[in-house]
Design a protein. Structure first.
Length: 101
């Protein structure tokens, strides 16, 4: 798979451990998306500057590997799908931020 700027799509992975070894957290970090067709077309075909390589992912918050920072998921397998294609990752939860499932 290729990104809009011509670089390869990528992901980051961290092995789980202990009782989290069979659990998975797939994380789609939020970023901007293509606002309209013209923007995406211009961005995708603008080759005046080369694409910037992805920096290593900083596992923080829900993706943190530290038990004190992330007691629920710290030892799970984690995959971070890197954003690069202009899409939008969203959800449709009917719960508010303070409600429990």
């Amino acid at each position: 798979m290729w990104c809009l700027r011509g670089n390869r799509a990528s992901y980051s992975f961290v092995n789980g451990s202990g009782d989290g070894i069979t659990n998975w957290l797939v994380f789609l970090p939020g970023v901007g998306w293509c606002e309209n067709f013209t923007y995406c077309l211009d961005y995708g075909f603008n080759r005046s500057t080369p694409p910037i390589p992805f920096a290593p992912y900083n596992y923080t918050g829900i993706a943190s590997i530290h038990q004190l920072d992330n007691p629920e998921f710290y030892n799970w397998n984690k995959v971070v799908i890197r954003y690069c294609d202009g899409s939008s990752f969203t959800g449709n939860s009917k719960l508010s931020l303070n409600e429990e499932a």
